[in-house]
Design a protein around this ligand. Structure first.
Ligand SMILES: [Zn+2]
Length: 178
């Protein structure tokens, strides 16, 4: 391309464990390619992970809209993306880092909190519907942030675990008492 680009070049940072990450493997190769294409697009347009629905078809290797939305759905189920109204937003920031301001990132963090429920079924299934601390399968199961959001933890699958209610409450109490 000979035309000089007005924007600065930028780079995204991909975890070298990306291909083996459970969420990436769950999404499959086509959806993972869409994830990377969308990450590059977001970096170049400085959207900090927000992928407008209208951009989806253009980003997608699939020619048709139905195919594109099917791939997007795989990313949602895998917890790599979440919904933001009509649009999508990248959630797997442990796997893929984008350039962007810290203000934008803290807004995104709040959005993560709002959509944490979306990754819940993925975490429960991965952990075999069992408490990771005591092995309980009965009663209410919670999805717990191993590193709390307040301490910089996110909704990455690697930071989430299944806990039964008593274990989660016990952990919560310990966090408060140090
Ligand atoms: Zn337990």
């Amino acid at each position: 391309m000979s035309r000089r680009k007005a924007r600065r070049r930028s780079f995204i940072l991909i975890d070298d464990g990306f291909p083996q990450h459970p969420a990436v493997m769950a999404a499959g190769p086509k959806a993972s390619m869409l994830f990377l294409a969308a990450a590059c697009w977001s970096a170049s347009f400085r959207t900090d992970g927000h992928i407008p629905r209208v951009a989806l078809r253009r980003l997608c290797a699939e020619a048709d809209v139905v195919g594109a939305e099917r791939l997007a759905e795989r990313l949602l189920v895998a917890g790599l993306w979440s919904r933001s109204g009509e649009d999508y937003v990248m959630t797997a920031r442990d796997l893929c880092r984008l350039p962007g301001s810290s203000k934008q990132r803290s807004a995104l963090r709040r959005a993560w909190d709002a959509i944490a429920g979306r990754v819940r079924p993925v975490v429960l299934a991965r952990d075999g519907y069992q408490c990771c601390a005591c092995g309980a399968t009965e009663g209410q199961l919670h999805v717990d942030h191993m590193v709390p959001i307040a301490l910089g933890g996110g909704n990455e699958l690697t930071n989430l675990q299944t806990l039964c209610r008593p274990c989660n409450l016990r952990k919560g109490a310990n966090a408060w008492t140090g």
